[in-house]
Design a binder for this molecule. Structure first.
Ligand SMILES: *[C@@H]1O[C@H](CO)[C@@H](O)[C@H](O)[C@H]1NC(C)=O
Length: 295
């Protein structure tokens, strides 16, 4: 084959690839979930690719798990809020200027816990096989942990940490002032009626130090910490201290017994001495009496 034929073939293949690419107009979103905190405003992305005006399309944002499922409805060049689910009334908008370039992203204001879920961007009249794109919204909630001292146990002190109103389910860890993670105490997790998590953990510490209760949620990239200073005074007597106390008391008792014995023996000796001296005196008196009698 001549080189010109090759060029022609390559050009044909290239052209057909480009045209099929063009005809593959599709709705595109984002695979990774959108993460927000309670009360935030978010933008849920959705586009036409390759970039094509969406002004004359019908654009439906839906929560297919709700009835009615419409989150935002745009058709015939205008929004139609009457069909929106009441939960989303007044909280959504498309970017009018952006529609020209196929940007159908949705702005959702003041996200609530109930906004957790999957949002579908649907362009029903699009001449394409890919008319939808689904995006997950994760609405995180965090709260400051609260630490309290439960009391002494064995030779340590039990600390409790509480943190409620989390979403998604967080993890709790205890850390000492050197940043060492303490061995796991017990941790319980509960959910409230709105599906929010409360975590509660106990740990027994053995020394006076600054301890931190850390509650974190990787998915929403959030961490809340509270510190507590555990002073020496709250610790019960340690094993060594108890043994020392017992030995001390025993030693004192022994000393007292010895001193008592010593005094008792000394007094006994003195009494005996006194008795002997008395007897001697009596003897002498007697002797004198006898002498007198003889005179
Ligand atoms: C779509 O529009 C929104 C709002 O103006 C903007 O934040 C976003 O970056 C746009 N996306 C693209 C791909 O242009």
């Amino acid at each position: 084959m001549k080189s010109s034929t090759w060029y022609f073939l390559v050009w044909c293949i290239g052209f057909s690839l480009i045209t099929t690419g063009l005809s593959q107009l599709q709705v595109v979103g984002q695979k990774e979930p959108i993460i927000a905190l309670l009360g935030d405003d978010v933008i849920l992305p959705c586009f036409l690719r390759p970039s094509t005006s969406a002004v004359d399309q019908t654009v439906e944002w839906q929560r297919r798990d709700l009835t009615p499922k419409e989150v935002h409805y745009y058709s015939d060049g205008r929004d139609n809020p009457d069909v929106h689910n009441p939960v989303y009334k007044g909280r959504t908008r498309l970017f009018e200027e952006e529609l020209k370039s196929g940007n159908m992203s949705l702005k959702l204001t003041g996200v609530k816990h109930t906004d957790n879920g999957f949002f579908t961007c649907f362009v029903p009249k699009l001449v394409s096989t890919v008319k939808t794109s689904v995006i997950q919204l994760i609405v995180g909630a965090v709260s400051q942990p609260v630490i309290s001292v439960v009391g002494p146990k064995d030779y340590g002190v039990v600390l409790k940490c509480d943190s409620g109103g989390w979403f998604p389910k967080p993890e709790m860890t205890w850390v000492d002032s050197d940043g060492n993670i303490l061995p796991d105490g017990s941790t319980e997790t509960e959910t409230d009626s709105e599906g929010r998590y409360t975590v509660r953990g106990h740990v027994t510490v053995q020394k006076t130090d600054m301890f931190t209760c850390r509650v974190q949620q990787q998915k929403i990239n959030h961490k809340m910490e509270t510190e507590i200073n555990v002073p020496g005074g709250v610790f019960p007597w340690s094993r060594g201290q108890k043994a020392g106390l017992i030995i001390g008391v025993l030693a004192l008792l022994a000393v007292a017994v010895l001193v008592g014995l010593f005094i008792w023996r000394k007094q006994k000796k003195e009494k005996a001495e006194l008795k002997r001296m008395k007897e001697q005196q009596e003897d002498k008196i007697e002797e004198l009496g006898i002498k007198k009698a003889k005179l």
